[in-house]
Write a protein that binds this ligand. Structure first.
Ligand SMILES: NC(=O)c1ccc[n+]([C@@H]2O[C@H](COP(=O)([O-])OP(=O)(O)OC[C@H]3O[C@@H](n4cnc5c(N)ncnc54)[C@H](O)[C@@H]3O)[C@@H](O)[C@H]2O)c1
Length: 122
């Protein structure tokens, strides 16, 4: 997982990456999906819609390079991607305090699952 400037440098011209964005229907994730699509990448947006909503990404639904998957990152995910951005987690106190156990599971199991996926995909 690298910063966007580094990533832009690394991407050779004409290469299309397949990028996983967890929490892709959230505030940050949906803007990242927009940016990646504009960069010419393929985006797999994963979200369980706990705090995010389809309205944040509805303009992307139906686009050829955009795919939406409803999935909870506390469960393992087996997909083939080149890069992973793990943004799935409720961000505001009102949401993350609503169900502290689920928030903790999302932070920890979600990160472990995404690291496991990154390790498998090298
Ligand atoms: N917004 C900010 O200014 C800011 C600043 C620094 C860090 N962050 C961090 O960035 C991340 C995203 O923040 P945000 O503002 O976009 O929050 P957000 O609540 O808008 O987005 C989080 C997304 O994750 C999804 N999600 C939550 N639990 C999930 C689960 N178990 N499985 C799959 N999807 C799940 C939600 O449905 C939502 O779409 C958070 O970890 C937050 O702490 C945000």
């Amino acid at each position: 997982m690298t910063n966007l400037a580094e990533q832009k440098e690394r991407k050779p011209p004409g290469v299309r990456r397949r990028v996983l964005v967890t929490g892709g229907a959230g505030f940050l994730g949906s803007h990242l999906c927009d940016w990646l699509i504009a960069e010419g990448d393929e985006v797999l947006c994963v979200d369980n819609f706990f705090t995010g909503g389809k309205q944040n990404i509805e303009h992307l639904i139906g686009q050829k390079r955009f795919e939406l998957m409803r999935h909870d990152v506390t469960f393992p995910l087996y997909v083939e991607v080149d890069e992973i951005y793990n943004l799935a987690c409720p961000a505001s106190p009102i949401h993350y305090q609503h169900d502290p156990a689920q928030t903790t599971k999302t932070s920890i199991h979600g990160a472990i699952n995404m690291l496991g996926l990154a390790k498998r995909l090298r």
